[in-house]
Design a protein around this ligand. Sequence first.
Ligand code: GUN
Length: 292
Amino acid sequence: MQLIDGKQTAAAIKAEIAKEVETLVNSGLRRPCLAAILVGHDGGSETYVANKVKACEVCGFKSILVRYEETVSEEELLQKVKELNEDTGVDGIIVQLPLPKHISEQKVIETIDYHKDVDGFHPINVGRMAIGLPAFVSATPKGIMELFKRYGIATSGKTCVVLGRSNIVGKPMAQLMLQKDKGDSTVIVCHSHTKDIKAFCRQADIIIAALGQPDFVTADMVKPGAVIIDVGTTRVPDATKKKGFRLNGDVKFDEVAPLCSYISPVPGGVGPMTICSLMQNTLLAATHKLYK
Ligand code: GUN
């Protein structure tokens, strides 16, 4: 069994980005700039956004953090997005999700200029990605594809089970694994209404677990030699931790790991790669590599 070290891989990629940025800056380009909007004080969102800002520093990017209270109106938020769209000093825009119930996430996503949509959530990017055109790709699935590449994990012709059908992970993951020049796998997507998930999982050469259900994937669901990617990051109360909780994956690691050829742990697997992909997307936006 080989552990997939997302932390180390992400650090290596960020160092590569930083090097490229210095070359670009030395040749006269201004530093790439990511603008992040955070609404409210959700602990998870605070941490994610702080880590994104930190990653910008490591990569030599500029970052702008715009904060609003929970009570901000949809109109005010949309106005800020439009302002950032027009700002020629801003390359990428993200609005951290989830948003308060009185704000339409879809409206916010569709207001972001798709040229600056480094989260890859805008329907134009989602659609282009789905038909194999250059597009900003959602950070977590992009990070997982990068792990397959860097670890030399073969995906072509393999049976891949994706657990979960969210717009952020499950659906784009399934699309990428399906595409001929990407995963080139046979893809099965399981969700909350799938009958006999175990039977599907047992056939899988690759399982990508993105359900948000701690310890869902157990040893009896895994074919020996399978590749297991754990996207789960549920906060579970844990008195032994300083913060009072731990991040729990969707895979029962201790019993599943001995069966696998490769497995990504939680934490330190997919998580760090997600932020790293966002940095790659921001660099793509700044250098106009996708859209001229
Ligand atoms: N909330 C959970 N994941 C994400 C993400 O990748 N981007 C944004 N903007 N919000 C999120």
